[in-house]
Each structure stands twice: as structure tokens, then as C-alpha cells.
Design a protein. Structure first.
Length: 542
């Protein structure tokens, strides 16, 4: 049974970073006297309420599960997946073609949506910290420290997303600051702020394994912070580079990080925090699919999730319906949108069409003939058996024979037969962080530090039933896609391995041209923000 985390209606209204100082007083919100009169209500209205925004129900909201936001920037801005134009479907003013070609600009909808969403939650965190401070007197010192730590850690995670996506994003920690006072830091300054915030907050976070202690399921615990600290260190060469267009990067072995008073290089820091997760009894689930089943809250591997429960939460999972053909979805009781699919490059990495196809391919993708729950063929719109043709995918399928059927489709999450709202309200919790990723991070950090990381690398492949491979940089990058496809990591991984291309001319990423100045490794500051803040500098290349 899932823990019902959000018990009290939020007194906060939704707003954007474009207006950091708000004086809104909606008539339907409860008074402060009621909202903050006990430690329990203060917690619910300053800490618990923030988790309403980790998932989402509308475009651009949530870290995953919705469309036209962060997940799409990380996924469709990489060589992993594509949303082809299918005749009249999925053109959207070249929105998805710009993602595919890396020709986006500051006015791109996904870029603006992601910036506003991230700063909305950061502003809510700042509000919460102010209220916790204002009502400090009703709390024990232990309660005060715990409340503040959890909010600061969540805010730091949102700054990490800004760091990763935009490079130079303003640091705002007060509810009173005006836009004229907001300064734009360097990327390295934003890295140090984010890393140090998590280092300072994490010792005061709960250290229970969230799977074993449901009161903390879906919340930011020490383990969640440790995972993000490992990610920050893993990508420190990228994040500490203030000119990402010159192709010169800091050396991870030379980067010095203060980890609770002990100095470590970047790779040692990754290893330290991944060890912390292992010490807290996270382990690989017995079966890969256990992490994405309808009742995946019992997975020993999932570290942070977006809790899904159609009777408790409004969070949606739209990625399956966005991928499936209309008739395929209808056979499973959901509404399909016939869109997203794997690129040719992803098929190549999985070995699709060869005798050495990775065992995880059919756990993650629908390909070939489509069957319903009873193993009967699903029929297409002209009454013929519905067949997906993975190798027929290309950016523009208009007037193509395979306009509706090209591409291997998303299969990662088990279908909840009791799902509602066209199949988007399902009980499978959306996985944000899991231990298999931590093992691959540790394997990579050991390799980069001149050590042997093969044990962790082999463990992930063994659980999948894949044959043993040598740990090389090429195999490491491939393994991260094989294990973590559809989980929103591919763009970040490609950038770290210096394989991110700034322009793709071939169909479905099968023919990338050479990397140019690398400016697309960060997205531009949205044009609306640049207009409202004329002293901000646009990222290079835009």
C-alpha cells in the first residue's frame, strides 16, 4: 500500500519565475492561523505540499510523466528517441523536428516550459523556508532542522536540473528579491551552490531506505541526496566548465570536492556516494521488469519515484499513450497518440535485427506484430494485423508506407488494466532514480579514476541476462542506454562522453555530422526571460 504523502490542501498558488515577489491572496486558501498553527500542519503546508509538483498532470509540469517539458528535453534532445512527423500528426510547427535536428532556439516551447516549471518549484521552496522560519517557535529544534533540510535538498535538486539543462541560471533563495536584483552566475558557481546545498542539508535528512519505511517513500531522503551528489560529481567536468564551446574541460582527477570535511576528487566522490546507497541496502531487483510493474513500490532498487495512485494523486504517465498506435492502445483500454519511438541508433545499440539482440529490448520496446492481453493479433485501421516496423523510422514519414507503423514503441512500464483518464492515471510509480544507475555510475567513476569497475558493470548485465562485455568507454555509454532507456538520462550521458552532436542530418540519427562548437550541450535562456531581464546574457550560439 502506498503512503498518502499529501494530506492537506496546499495554500500556495501556482506562479512562474517571471514573478518572484507575489502578493496574491486567493479567496479559497486557508488562513495562516489554520495552516501553521501546529507542527503537523506547518509540515504539511511547507514540506509535504511541495511533492505535489514533482509529478504533474498538464504539459510542462513534473520531472517526468508529462509532455513538453524536462523529460522531453532530455530524451528527444538526444539520439535515443524521436517523435516523427506522421502525416498530419506530430508536426506541431516543426517543434519535434527542431528537437531532432538540434535547431531549437530561445522561443522553443519545451525550453520555456521547463525553465518556468523549475523556477516555480524553487520559488515555492523559498516560500516554504520563509514560513518555516517565521513559525520556528512552534517547532522543536529537531523538527526545524529536519523541515529546513528537506526543503533545501529538494530546491537543490531543482537547481541541478537547471544546471544540467541551461548552464547559467540565476540563484534565487529569497522571496523578497526583485527581478532587478537577480544576478546570473557562471555555470561553475551554480554547480558549487547546488553541491554545497546538498552537502549541508543531507546529514539532516532521513537515512531510512525508503522502500523499507513507507513514511518516506517518494520524499527526499539522504539516499536521494546521495544519488544526486553522485550525479553532480560524475558530471563535474561538464558542470565546472564555464566555456562549453571551446572543447577544453576540467580533469575530474584534479577537481577537489569537500565531502563532509574530507577532500576527494570527482570520481572518488561518485564512488563514496554510490557506496552509501549500497550500504543502505539498495540492491538490484531480481528481475528488470520488477522496477516498472504496477506494484513497483516494493522494488529494492528504486531510490526516488513519483508515487502514482489513481485514487490519491493527479500525477499522470503520458509517455506510453504518446507512443502507442491508436488500435494498439485501444486493445489495452487506453487512448493512443501514435508518436514516440526508438531511433535507428538505439536499435543499433540494442542489436535489433541481429542474433545478439540485448535481452532488454523486448522489455522496453514493442516491435513486430502487436498482440492484445489474450495473445490475439491487434488489427490496424484497415483490418490488417498491426505490425510495428522499427527500421522504417525517419523524421518525416508523411506519405510513407509506414506512416503509422514505423518505429519501435515504448513498453517499459507494465500496463495497469485498471488505469483511468485514458490510461494516464495508473498505479505504476514513475522511476526517477534507481540503484542500477548507481552501479553504472560507480563503474564509470572507477574506470575514469584508473581503477577496475567491471564488477558493477557485469552485475547490471548479468541481471539482464546479457553476455559479458569488456568495460570500455564505448560499452559504458551503450550500457547506460541499454539499461536506462526511456528514463531521461541519454542527453546527459552523451554530453559527458563528448558524443553529443550539434546537428543531425540523417534519418533518425543514423548519420550524425561532426560535432561543431558544442553550444547545444546547453539549452538557451528562454526568450521571455531574456526580455524581462535585459542584464542576462544569452548562452553562446543562440
Amino acid at each position: 500500500m502506498k503512503f498518502k504523502l499529501i494530506l492537506f490542501i496546499s495554500i500556495f498558488t501556482l506562479f512562474t519565475f517571471a514573478s518572484c515577489s507575489l502578493d496574491e491572496h486567493p479567496h479559497d486558501q486557508v488562513s495562516e492561523e489554520v495552516a501553521y498553527d501546529t507542527p503537523e500542519r506547518l509540515f504539511k503546508n511547507t514540506v509535504a505540499t511541495l511533492y505535489n509538483y514533482v509529478g504533474g498532470a498538464t504539459d510542462g509540469q513534473g520531472l517526468q510523466g508529462t509532455c513538453r517539458g524536462i523529460y522531453d528535453l532530455q530524451t528527444f534532445g538526444s539520439d535515443e528517441a524521436i517523435l516523427p512527423t506522421r502525416g498530419h500528426d506530430w508536426y506541431d510547427g516543426e517543434l519535434w523536428q527542431h528537437m531532432y535536428r538540434h535547431s531549437w532556439g530561445p522561443g522553443h516551447d519545451l525550453i520555456g516550459n521547463s525553465w518556468l516549471y523549475l523556477y516555480k518549484v524553487i520559488t515555492l521552496c523559498n516560500r516554504s523556508l520563509k514560513h518555516i522560519s517565521d513559525y520556528h517557535s512552534i517547532l522543536t529544534e529537531e523538527q526545524y532542522i529536519e523541515y529546513v533540510a528537506e526543503v533545501r535538498a529538494l530546491r537543490a535538486i531543482y537547481y541541478w536540473y537547471l544546471l544540467d539543462l541551461f548552464g547559467r541560471a540565476p540563484i534565487v533563495t529569497s522571496t523578497d528579491i526583485s527581478m532587478n536584483e537577480v544576478e546570473q552566475p557562471s555555470r561553475s558557481q551554480l554547480f558549487w551552490f547546488t553541491f554545497n546545498e546538498l552537502i549541508e542539508a543531507s546529514p539532516n535528512l532521513k537515512k531510512e531506505n525508503c522502500v523499507q519505511h513507507n513514511d518516506y517513500y517518494g520524499r527526499v531522503t539522504y539516499d536521494v541526496a546521495a544519488f544526486v551528489l553522485a550525479k553532480l560529481a560524475l558530471n563535474a567536468e561538464i558542470y565546472l566548465d564555464d566555456d562549453w564551446t571551446d572543447k577544453y574541460y576540467p580533469d575530474g582527477k584534479e577537481i577537489r570536492l569537500d565531502v563532509y570535511g574530507k577532500e576527494m576528487n570527482a570520481w572518488e566522490t561518485v564512488i563514496y556516494f554510490c557506496d552509501q546507497l549500497e550500504d543502505n541496502n539498495y540492491r538490484l531487483a531480481d528481475y528488470y521488469s520488477d522496477n516498472f510493474s504496477v506494484r513497483n513500490e516494493n522494488s529494492p532498487e528504486n531510490i526516488w519515484v513519483i508515487p502514482m495512485d489513481k485514487d490519491l494523486y493527479s500525477n499522470t504517465q503520458q509517455n506510453l499513450k504518446r507512443s502507442w498506435h491508436y488500435r494498439h492502445a485501444a486493445a489495452y483500454g487506453i487512448t493512443g497518440e501514435n508518436g514516440a519511438c526508438a531511433t535507428l541508433n538505439t536499435l543499433r545499440i540494442f542489436g535489433y535485427g541481429t542474433e545478439d539482440v540485448d535481452p532488454r529490448f523486448y522489455a522496453n520496446y514493442w516491435a513486430g506484430e502487436v498482440l492484445d492481453r489474450n495473445e490475439n493479433p491487434v488489427l490496424d485501421r484497415i483490418g490488417e494485423p498491426l505490425i510495428y516496423y522499427p527500421l522504417a523510422v525517419k523524421m518525416d514519414l508523411s506519405y510513407d508506407t509506414y506512416v503509422e507503423t514505423a518505429g519501435a514503441r515504448m513498453k517499459k512500464y507494465d500496463i495497469d488494466k485498471n488505469a483511468t483518464k485514458d490510461g494516464t492515471l495508473m498505479d505504476n510509480d514513475i522511476v526517477l532514480f534507481r540503484f542500477a544507475d548507481a552501479l553504472l555510475m560507480r563503474a564509470e567513476a572507477r574506470w575514469r579514476n584508473g581503477e577496475d569497475g567491471s564488477d558493477d558493470f557485469d552485475a547490471v548485465r548479468k541481471r539482464a541476462g546479457a553476455t559479458q562485455r569488456e568495460l570500455t568507454p564505448e560499452n559504458l555509454l551503450d550500457e547506460r542506454l541499454l539499461e536506462l532507456c526511456w528514463e531521461g538520462w541519454r542527453r546527459q550521458d552523451m554530453i559527458r562522453f563528448h558524443k553529443y552532436k550539434s546537428l543531425f542530418t540523417g534519418d533518425a540519427y543514423d548519420d550524425p555530422v561532426d560535432e561543431s562548437d558544442g553550444h547545444t550541450t546547453v539549452y538557451p535562456i528562454p526568450s521571455d526571460i531574456m526580455t524581462q531581464n535585459p542584464h542576462f546574457k544569452q548562452n553562446k550560439g543562440y
